[in-house]
Design a protein around this ligand. Sequence first.
Ligand code: G6P
Length: 368
Amino acid sequence: EQAELGAFTHYMEKEIFEQPMALENAMRGRFSDDESTSKFGGLNLDAREFRHVDRIVFLACGTAWHACLVAEYLIEKYARIPVEVEYASEFRYRNAPLDKNTLVFVISQSGETLDTLEALREAKRKGYRVLGITNGVGSTIARETDGGVYQHAGPEIGVASTKAFTSQVLIGGMLALHLGRMRDLSFSDGREMVKAFRSLPGLVSQVLGQAEQIKEIASRYTDYEDFLFLGRQSMFPIALEGALKLKEISYIHAEGYPAAEMKHGPIALISEKCPSVVLSPHGDTFSKVLSNIQETRARKGRVIAITSAGKDFPEEGADDVIHIPHAHDCVMPILATIPLQLLAYYIAVNRECDVDKPRNLAKSVTVE
Ligand code: G6P
């Protein structure tokens, strides 16, 4: 085991640091020669069939479900196709009406999650084309879908998913580009997106380069028992994912919320005992999220802000500030995920938790 871990203490830590390579592997050979769109060999759908898709339903569990939520934002934004995201376990027992131009996607790191598999079978039983995004080469889900995309992220051993998540989000973004270029997205906008995806491994390495600073911040947040994670638009699913990571490995109660919803409930929880991690990169809702931070601090809640480097986040605006590079919107969810993984990891290590094998959790849930 030690040989495999090399300089790392845990698999989760190793996998967090493997993300530049995992992202590189998810992109390899998947852009057009003119670098204006993405291409996927395994989807088994021709261009005409793709153009007829008028609705996409994503099904997954756990972290993969969060990746679906990011894909929803990106596909609606860049390809203008309505997307719905559903927990596989709920979809199975609903009689969801699908029409013939609906495409169903399942996302699963392992390719073996039973609820996801059964949801896939249910959709196929009803006659829908089901595609998959999975890291599990030759897995049951890979075999039973009508086509799909392999993540090629390499084995993920830590129970809490890290590199598999960011690679799923990347593939969701590349899918948005692919579908967008068949519709309204221009050649130059497509090129901008490809450029942004290509820059990701380097940008993620930059964020990983701040691990020491994040470790130091984590040391000041180890003893809390409640956390809020807030974000808007594509940062909302990242807030959910940040909360899930912390809860899975450190056993701290954490909730993710759309930042604007805090006034409808979570604000009642804020006190000096409940810090918030606020995703506040530069963008349309930046000033609104800043006022959420002020409201939080006015109630004595400590704030860790994740914001864009070189933009106008006010000095002293938060108790702790982590900067991520300012990049194209389509890659910001991935960049914002990295500090949340590191925060959860260092907090769990400080609390002496079994990071790679958290209590009660399994890497792949093959029971119902
Ligand atoms: C378990 C794992 C999670 C994972 C979820 C779905 O709960 O602990 O990390 O996100 O299953 O797994 P899948 O393999 O389908 O992505």
